[in-house]
Design a protein around this ligand. Structure first.
Ligand code: ADP
Length: 453
């Protein structure tokens, strides 16, 4: 036997894993209920107003009638005519009787009536009429009315006293029955229409829900995808870490072998190649680890005032040899500069990327590093006379893995991660990076940093 608590916990679990049920309940039940509740309230107010209107209309009519016929009570023909005239103008009047004061306390003489056959007879009145008459007798200035049902139709019965001329004595009564059949039918038709509209709304909600369920599916799918993406990132950075140790060993032994004496020239050539490949691989691993760190916000930045000129001068020095190897001129136009607030290691990494790229993508000519300070901003421009980058490629340059595709770049190895990492690092250090380039002429990368306070 499953216990109540077990069923409850299972239900809660089911709802949790299918959150669309909450939406279903809310949209398909709560909204129609709210609609029904407000429309019922609205209808009640409308009906009450209509009743009040009918009641005061019949009251005024009755009081005016009672006033005008009191001098003519002996002239049944005249009263009869007035009744007919009024009734023909008002289709809701069902009965219109003028009765005299009770003769024997039980029956009343019918003085005039819409039902002509009853005129002159003695009529017995029902409890409702007698009750209203007793009220009208105590306050003859006013008519009294109350609703009642007969055969499923709603009526208003109204009774007013007729005073004998010049006396406070009650000479008779006017009793009128008004039918509310028309008013109620119109209200019912409106309710029916409203429920049709509600039905359509519910169908629309169900259609929307079917789509909503899909959206929720997508949301779950998206959450799962994010998990998978995170797992992929974790795996990549774990693999990159693990690759580093054997690579360090390979590079170490390559260095040892190169400095050994019994190695032939050909052997040294092979070792150089191993060294270059190992260096490339090391760079790639470094890039992958940096991407992971930046994405997870794990890269730390120790911002401190840095003398850019000294930093760039030593960095340019380290690139003189590779530039010379390619037959390029590498120039640095040093100007005195105020300090900027950056992480020294990361700033170095940014400059290595930009100067390294400039040399890498410049077949002939020169690479120039130009600095200047203007309005509190230090600008560092890495300018080359290389391949250049088209306006179209410039837009995507800072995206991860983006590499320009052309015959010239096809021969140059790279991952397309360098500029993404550079852009991220520069932004983390409150700087900006931009590019100016003309295809076939050369490229300028411009770094801007505010002066350290
Ligand atoms: P990688 O150099 O590993 O391909 P980067 O992110 O550093 O990746 O650069 C992305 C692309 O931008 C490069 O593939 C290259 O096509 C282009 N690029 C970068 N710097 C220059 C430059 N100085 N001149 C011409 N093209 C460049």
């Amino acid at each position: 036997m499953t216990s109540f608590s077990e069923i409850t916990s299972r239900t809660i679990k089911f709802i949790k894993s299918n959150p669309q049920i909450i939406y279903t309940l809310f949209l398909a039940v709560a909204i129609p209920l709210a609609f029904v509740y407000t429309s019922e309230k609205f209808l009640k107010v409308a009906r009450d107003n209509q009743d009040r209107l009918e009641r005061s209309r019949i009251g005024m009519l009755e009081e005016a009638f009672a006033f005008f016929v009191r001098d003519h009570l002996h002239d049944a023909g005249y009263v009869q005519e007035q009744i007919k005239r009024l009734s023909s103008q008002n289709q809701t009047i069902m009965t219109f009787d003028v009765i005299g004061r009770s003769g024997d306390g039980k029956t009343y003489p019918m003085l005039a009536s819409l039902d002509e056959s009853s005129v002159g007879t003695a009529v017995e009145l029902d409890g409702l009429s007698r009750h209203l008459m007793s009220l009208a007798r105590t306050n003859p200035e006013q008519s009294y009315a109350t609703p009642y049902y007969n055969g499923g139709i709603r009526y208003w019965r109204s009774v007013g006293a007729i005073l004998a001329t010049g006396t406070p004595d009650v000479a008779g009564f006017v009793i009128v029955d008004l039918s509310m059949a028309n008013t109620d039918a119109i209200a019912r038709a409106n309710v029916k229409n409203a429920y049709w509209v509600l039905g359509i709304i519910v169908i629309l909600i169900i259609i929307l829900l079917a789509r909503q369920a899909k959206v929720i599916d997508y949301a779950t799918l998206y959450a799962k995808l994010k998990d998978v993406d995170k797992m992929k990132d974790d795996f990549v950075s774990m693999a990159a870490h693990e690759l580093r140790s054997p690579l360090t060993i390979i590079r170490g032994y390559t260095d040892m072998l190169k400095s050994g004496e019994k190695i032939t020239d050909a052997g040294k050539g092979y070792l150089d190649r191993i060294d270059v490949a190992a260096k490339d691989l090391n760079g790639l691993i470094g890039d992958i680890l940096d991407v992971a760190k930046l994405q997870e916000g794990r890269m730390s930045f120790q911002l401190e005032p840095l003398d850019v000129s000294t930093e760039i001068a030593s960095l340019v020095d380290s690139f003189v040899k590779p530039a010379e190897d390619k037959g390029l001129r590498l120039l640095y136009e040093a100007t005195p500069l105020p300090k900027i607030s950056v992480d020294k290691t990361r700033f170095h990494q940014v400059m290595v990327n930009l100067v390294g790229n400039a040399i890498k993508y410049t077949p002939k000519g020169e690479v120039r590093v130009i600095t200047e300070e203007k309005e509190g901003i230090v600008s560092i421009r890495v300018s080359d006379t290389g391949l250049g980058i088209s306006a179209e490629d410039q837009k995507k340059l800072f995206q991860k893995f983006y590499r320009v595709k052309s015959d010239e770049t096809a021969k140059i190895t790279g991952t397309g991660l360098g500029l993404w990492i550079t852009d991220e690092i520069v932004r983390q250090m409150k700087g900006t990076i931009s590019v100016e380039s003309i295809k076939g002429k050369g490229t300028d990368f411009i770094l801007n940093f505010p002066i350290a306070k």
